[in-house]
Design a protein around this ligand. Structure first.
Ligand code: SF4
Ligand code: SF4
Length: 578
């Protein structure tokens, strides 16, 4: 059950200050819609991350809510036409940024019809899965409207492994002068609560808390009333102290948990969004409207009618100053944001962007006399008020001496640039300016290092590619050569079958020759046998020596002798004996 009265323990954070508020001036009358300007200048870089890419051309007619530039990469945000009209230029224009640099911008000539594109609202967000909700929020170009400008869908994506316990809606608005969140909570708490419920669903968070400082009693009452009866939603009043609206400090106050140095709130199961961001998410999901405008505080002693206006992005600041009856000749300094963390603008023609929450037209009297800067007296007052428990004095010395490594050893990048240290410094040292200078120099060095690393990687990659292509060419050539070499080898050396065949043929040839030799031998033997047989029959006496006196039994019969003498061989044997 939601409750504004349930007491729940609050924790404390270190340091902090109580600067003069100056909030009352701009809350005296209800907020109103700013007049439509003749021309809107829309920088494509209105957020943290990469600039958006234009998707329209000069001369093209556009409708209100039409996407005119697409997010370029994950950390980026799309830009939409804030009203209907014609694109008349896409070029570099000055942007409201501490750097004072220009950025690519789309200029729209408004047609006064304020004609919307077709709405595509979600029928029931509770039936929509968190991933789709995040996509719609991304497509709507929503970024953190508390001043940071970080793409909101990223902070609604804790990852499948991470369980979110607490969603905190930041309605603290601790910077002096700024009252746009205060007025939104007073006038439209339903949008904030509807947005909070969508975010809770997207995060699957266990509980949600809307935190409001106790210097905004009307806002607190209004939000409490709207939150009545909603389960798991608490509205919490926190004591006024600067910089309680800073994410890490507010998380500590509400949950008692400290976000680790260089860590994210997600890592401790907490997500924090601004109340204006919640209202923008409500419009994107329930109404199908992308982010094209926001509530802005126009205030400062030079403003005769300080108030909050709903302003289309791209509206030149001078138009707002006119609508709030600014005494231009009394402006000593024009500031975007609050007096603690804002920065000076040098041109009133600069446009309002997504992160513009306040314009202060300050007079000379209001700023007070410029105090001379004196040497540090090592009083330690700066360390007493630092909400991050840093040592601002050491950071100052090292930043000033350009000893950036040492400044980083003292956690320079944990500094939230809240300005508490500068505010209390009795020597009037603009400490935050030194920290910003050091951070800028380190970033530049890192960028250069990154660029040289990228150049080296590109070179190594090119070398690898050349080597690989060379290897591939050689492999192709070897593949082509292979069949030719095989043919040559086959011709030179018979195959196994060929060799067998040749051997067989050789055996057959030898066998035939042996047969011929054997046949010849047989013929010769046969001839020899015939000759011997003939000799034997023709000359028997020579074959067996006859005795001088033959024995009567050896004398052949006359008929046998006569027969032998009649044969042709008998005459031969006779001649031989003689
Ligand atoms: S507050 Fe100023 S003077 Fe005192 S230690 Fe810090 S930097 Fe030095
Ligand atoms: S500006 Fe930085 S160093 Fe100074 S008080 Fe704030 S966080 Fe600390």
């Amino acid at each position: 059950m939601s409750s504004c009265s349930t007491p729940k323990k609050l924790w404390d954070f270190h340091g902090g200050i109580h600067p003069e508020q100056n909030k009352l001036q701009s809350t005296m009358e209800p907020s109103a819609r700013a007049r439509m300007p003749a021309k809107l200048i829309l920088p494509l870089h209105q957020h943290i991350g990469a600039a958006a890419e234009p998707i329209v051309e000069v001369g093209e007619r556009v409708f209100k809510g039409q996407k005119i530039a697409s997010a370029d990469g994950y950390v980026s945000a799309s830009v939409h036409a804030p009203t209907s009209g014609k694109v008349i230029d896409i070029a570099e224009y000055p942007i409201p940024h501490p750097s004072g640099l220009n950025a690519l911008s789309i200029v729209i000539e408004t047609d006064g019809h304020d004609e919307w594109i077709e709405y595509r609202p979600e029928q029931d967000y509770t039936e929509t899965n968190p991933s789709r909700l995040r996509n719609i929020i991304r497509e709507a170009g929503i970024v953190g409207l508390g001043g940071a400008g970080f793409p909101s869908f990223i902070k609604l994506n804790p990852g499948s492994q991470k369980k979110i316990k607490t969603l905190i809606l930041n309605g603290v608005e601790c910077e002096p002068y700024i009252t746009c969140d205060d007025m939104l909570m007073r006038e439209d708490p339903q949008s904030i609560i509807a947005g909070a419920l969508i975010m809770r669903h997207a995060l699957q968070a266990e509980e949600s808390v809307i935190a409001i400082e106790d210097n905004k009693p009307e806002a607190y009452e209004s939000v409490c009333k709207a939150a009545e009866g909603i389960d798991g939603l608490r509205v919490v009043l926190v004591p006024t102290r600067y910089p309680q609206g800073s994410e890490k400090q507010l998380i500590q106050v509400i949950t008692g948990k400290e976000v680790p140095s260089n860590g994210l709130a997600l890592s401790i199961g907490v997500v924090c969004h601004n109340v204006s961001t919640a209202a923008a998410i409500y419009r994107a999901i329930h109404l199908g409207q992308p982010l094209v405008s926001r509530l802005i505080t126009i205030t400062g002693a030079a403003v005769k009618r300080p108030r909050n206006l709903e302003v289309l992005f791209g509206t030149p600041i001078e138009e707002l100053l006119q609508q709030c009856d600014v005494a231009s000749d009394q402006i000593e300094r024009l500031v975007m944001g609050g007096p603690m963390m804002g920065f000076a603008l040098h041109d009133t023609s600069l446009p309002v962007i997504k992160t513009t929450n306040c314009i202060i037209a300050a007079t000379h009297k209001e700023l007070g006399l410029e105090q001379p800067v004196m040497p540090c007296i090592r009083c330690g007052a700066c360390a007493d008020v630092c909400p991050v428990k840093l040592l601002p004095q050491q950071l100052y010395w090292h930043s000033r001496a350009k000893e950036f490594d040492k400044a980083q050893e003292y956690d320079l990048f944990d500094c939230i640039e809240c300005g508490c240290c500068s505010y209390v410094c009795p020597s009037n040292i603009p400490l935050v300016q030194f920290y910003r200078f050091a951070k800028g120099a380190i970033w530049t060095q890192e960028q250069e290092l990154k660029k040289s690393d990228q150049a080296r990687e590109r070179h190594e990659f090119r070398q690898m590619r050349i080597e690989r292509e060379k290897r591939e060419r050689e492999a192709k050539r070897a593949k082509k050569r292979a069949p030719r070499a095989k043919r040559t080898a086959t011709a030179k050396a018979p195959s196994v079958d060929g060799a067998k065949m040749a051997e067989k043929m050789r055996d057959e040839a030898m066998s035939q020759r042996d047969s011929a030799v054997d046949a010849r031998k047989a013929e010769i033997q046969a001839a020899v046998a015939r000759v011997q047989a003939k000799k034997k029959s023709a000359a028997p006496k020579t074959e067996k020596a006859a005795p001088i006196t033959p024995a009567p039994s050896d004398v052949p019969a006359k008929s046998d002798v006569d027969k032998k003498n009649d044969s042709p061989a008998a005459s031969d044997n006779h001649e031989q004996v003689q």
